[in-house]
Design a protein. Structure first.
Length: 270
């Protein structure tokens, strides 16, 4: 059974998966999260983002899985690595990490046809107070959004919970990028906005799979995409952070598919 016939579609075009499909998502999500656990020790001043991506690519291959990003719209890497004022879709390469850099590493793997998509923040060396505050608020905002996931709530409830929390800390939520449905495809309806009004948007139903991945800026929310057509940066060059989980709506709440096996989803500070 492929994604075109699995489950059913809501009137909003959102696929409702079967209870048996949760196991496949957990397996894919666990691998993606484990790879992000293992790369943590390599995030140090002097490392290059290309070396981190090489490790991730090898880890995916060694697990017998497939990278969802290699070959996606011409992309050539097994991860996106976004440093400091890069909001998302940073391309790994020769950039050398400096002491105090913060970075998001985003990995998506395919395991038995299921997509596991997750990202988290890392720190190279000693983190500054403002960076630490940004990372913490972004982490907590993600979980505010996840807390709103249960049947009968709406996608607007998720966005509102994130936006209200972030703006209460005098930071901004990026509007130009959002979460998305996934399952046996990389991207599918719905668009999961990280801002909005409570009670609006499609109603959450058991069996929906999607990502929640708020991007939060210390400055203004506006972004721009560089000439490589991938890298998105803050227009005002302020720092940006992002955390992402893949989740499924259960009968009474939420199943987080991409929990860190080693408890390293939040970066530790030395």
């Amino acid at each position: 059974m492929d994604d075109k016939t699995r489950g059913r579609l809501t009137k909003d075009g959102i696929r409702i998966y079967e209870p048996s499909d949760f196991a496949g998502m957990r397996k894919a999500g666990e691998l993606a999260a484990r790879i992000l656990d293992e790369v943590a020790d390599l995030v140090v001043p002097g490392a290059t983002t290309g070396a981190l991506d090489d490790f991730i690519r090898t880890s995916v291959e060694d697990a017998g899985a497939t990278s969802a990003t290699i070959g996606y719209k011409g992309y050539k890497h097994a991860s996106c690595i976004s440093v400091n004022h890069v909001v998302c879709h940073g391309i790994p390469g020769g950039k050398v990490l400096k002491d105090g850099d913060i970075l998001n590493i985003d990995v998506t793997v395919i395991v038995d046809g299921w997509y596991g998509d997750t990202s988290r923040m890392y720190v190279a060396g000693k983190i500054s107070r403002k960076s630490e505050r940004l990372v913490q608020v972004t982490h907590d905002a993600l979980f505010k959004g996840i807390e709103a996931v249960k049947p009968g709530n709406t996608f607007g409830d998720i966005g509102h919970a994130i936006q209200a929390y972030v703006e209460a800390h005098r930071m901004s939520v990026v509007r130009d990028f959002c979460g998305h449905g996934l399952g046996r495809v990389f991207h599918a309806p719905p668009n999961v906005l990280h801002y909005g009004r409570a009670g609006t948007g499609p109603v959450l139903e058991e069996g929906m799979f999607f990502t929640i991945e708020p991007m939060v800026n210390l400055g203004r929310p506006e972004t721009k995409v560089l000439s490589d057509d991938w890298t998105a940066v803050t227009r005002d060059k302020s720092l940006s952070a992002q955390f992402e989980h893949s989740v499924g709506v259960t009968a009474d709440g939420v199943d987080i598919f991409t929990l860190s096996p080693a408890g390293k989803f939040h970066p530790t500070y030395s």
